[in-house]
Design a protein around this ligand. Structure first.
Ligand code: ATP
Length: 569
């Protein structure tokens, strides 16, 4: 397939916001993909399956250099244009478009060539990395037409912007192969995707028929989407959703860790599918020592505690353990974590996804040997009594837990979904998870650093601004939690464009933000603004697709939420 065919698809997708239209465009493309399922990743600007969250990590500077080299123009001229237009894709299009006229016999760029070069870029390491990367990019740009150059550059920078969310791709696969029972098959495809986390595998199975889709299962040793909870208003609401009796557990305030053991190897993943095995040798050791089984997948929450007083700490206090790749031994000593295991999805060759929750819990009880401050099974009661559940809730809050989780006892495990198999109950919502999409340089002691942040909620695959927040992070390294300087370091490589003191950044960083209330406001693209926002935590464990939706923001309008008060029961 020629790359220009894919470029036509990109153009058509970019020109419409209609979901059905997008599905039809993609379905047409998918029918032509047979034999090359992995090219499906290109529709979302990627060359890897979703369980592998690595990005190209190509900077604006490198792209500017590559354009300069490929078309024989000066770096400074590109930079000048970039300051004016702010979109390197468009600049590449313009420059390549002019050059192409002189290139009568240039060969046509194929999808295979683009895909292969992009994939090679991911795997370059060590000496001479920059030069090798430049070579691969220039090779593509050198053969590209104007439009092709635009999409290559946008893909490299992670800014494809053609709007292909998970749901659209799923429904497009259903339309391509099961046009007659699209609705039913779309659900099957979603289940298969949740297991595989890989649209190429799902595409391949769908192309060969319904039976192959049913065969897709989970694989040990890979990142996976976890089951998510819905919010309950109160205890009655929780029982209404989960039925009686229900299992009630403490809701621990840490971060989600999915533990995989496959023979001798233990691997740990966060909710944003990042592998964190190296950062947590203490968890690996506890799992090896205290969990029976050759291979398994466990779902858990890791909670930090003070090594001297043994008091549990809020998430923000231990967040650096997720990101920090050096001084690990010291961090293990200073910021130890305790694992609270609450589910098992796979054991010794058998998937437990379709077993009821209590059957899974029984297995957990058999395979885990609890050891204080290392590894425990989540504290649980099974009850039909609202009073008993309420007492358990109060006790959880009293000892500093976030609240409780109520779980349906016969429910299967469903990845990546908020299906009402488990609900959370905690004191009135005190914060929202939001994505940072822009920032402003500070002044005085915060000079030279990005210290005010534009935060956004999500609406499908768009990010809509809801406010600007500049308080909540720490000033000094020795303060517990994330500092302004650390946040600046995280944001600098994500800058897309600059305008005076303001920058736009790729939406990659998630922060929890508390606020006084939410008001309608014309100042931000969501139409709403948070009043008196303050960052409570940098959520290194969360993916931007998990941030609050526009619907969540609307629900908060008019509610008066205390900043971080005790909340109501
Ligand atoms: P929140 O910000 O309230 O933690 P969330 O969006 O991160 O919500 P949800 O799935 O809605 O995630 O809420 C449940 C979260 O609570 C889980 O993702 C998990 O990290 C955590 N948790 C703590 N204890 C438990 C438990 N016993 N069972 C399940 N999840 C638990």
């Amino acid at each position: 397939m020629e790359y220009s065919d894919l470029v036509e698809v990109y153009d058509a997708l970019g020109a419409t916001s209609g979901r059905l239209e997008k599905e039809t465009i993609i379905a047409g493309f998918l029918k032509k993909l047979k034999g090359n399922p992995q090219w499906i990743y290109l529709l979302r600007g990627r060359v890897l399956p979703d369980y592998d969250p690595r990005e190209f990590g190509i900077s604006n500077q490198l792209v500017i250099k590559a354009i300069a080299v490929s078309f024989g123009v000066k770096n400074t001229d590109i930079l000048k244009k970039y300051r004016k237009i702010g979109d390197l894709g468009e600049i590449a299009e313009e420059i390549a478009g002019k050059k192409i006229q002189g290139r009568l016999f240039s060969s046509k760029l194929t999808v295979k060539k683009v895909f292969d070069n992009l994939q090679k870029l991911m795997n370059i390491e060590g000496k001479g990395t920059v030069g090798k990367k430049m070579g691969l990019i220039s090779e593509l740009l050198g053969q590209a037409s104007g439009k092709e150059a635009k999409y290559i550059v946008r893909t490299l920078l992670g800014q494809l912007r053609v709007g292909v969310a998970d749901g659209i791709l799923r429904d497009a696969i259903a339309e391509a192969f099961f046009a007659h029972d699209k609705k039913e098959m779309s659900d099957k495809i979603e289940t298969a995707y949740d297991m595989a986390n890989d649209f190429a595998v799902v595409y391949d199975a769908a192309a060969s028929g319904r039976k192959d889709l049913d065969k897709i299962g989970i694989t040990v040793g890979r990142a996976m989407n976890v089951m998510l909870a819905v919010k309950a208003k109160d205890i009655e609401d929780a029982f209404r959703i989960c039925g009686k009796p229900a299992a009630v557990e403490h809701k621990y305030d840490g971060f989600r860790v999915v533990i995989n053991k496959d023979g001798g190897e233990v691997k740990l993943f966060t909710r944003r599918l990042e592998e964190v095995t190296k950062q947590f040798p203490d968890i690996v050791e506890a799992v090896r020592k205290n969990v029976k089984g050759k291979s398994f997948i466990l779902d858990s929450e890791a909670v930090g505690y003070d090594p001297k007083t043994k008091k549990y700490k809020p998430f923000e206090a231990i967040s650096q353990r997720i990101k920090r790749k050096y001084d690990i031994d010291k961090l293990v000593r200073d910021l130890p974590v305790e694992l609270n295991i609450f589910d098992v999805l796979y054991i010794d060759g058998k998937s437990l996804m379709d077993e009821g929750f209590m059957a899974r819990r029984k297995i957990l009880e058999k395979i885990i040997k609890s050891e204080d401050y290392k590894i425990k099974i989540a504290k649980q009661i099974v009850t039909s009594s609202e009073k008993e559940a309420m007492d358990f809730y109060k006790e959880a809050l009293k000892i500093g837990e976030e609240g409780i989780m109520v779980k349906r006892i016969d429910a299967p495990y469903r990845q990546g979904r908020r299906v009402g198999y488990m609900v959370k109950l905690k004191p009135s919502v005190k914060d929202l998870d939001l994505a940072i999409v822009g920032a402003e340089y500070g002044s005085g002691k915060r000079g030279g650093m990005l210290t005010s942040y534009i935060v956004a909620c999500r609406d499908d695959d768009k990010f809509l601004e809801v406010g600007k927040v500049s308080s909540g992070l720490k000033e000094l390294e020795q303060d517990e939690g994330t500092t302004y300087s650390e946040m600046n370091d995280l944001l600098q490589p994500l800058i897309i464009s600059e305008d005076g003191k303001n920058v736009k950044v790729k939406p990659r960083i998630v922060v929890s933000v508390t606020y006084q209330n939410v008001q309608k406001s014309p100042s931000y693209s969501s139409g709403y603004a948070l009043r008196f926002p303050r960052i409570t935590a940098y959520r290194a464990d969360r993916h931007v697709r998990d941030v609050a939706t526009l619907g969540d923001i609307r629900k908060e309008v008019g509610k008066h939420t205390g900043n971080s008060g005790p909340g109501s029961l």
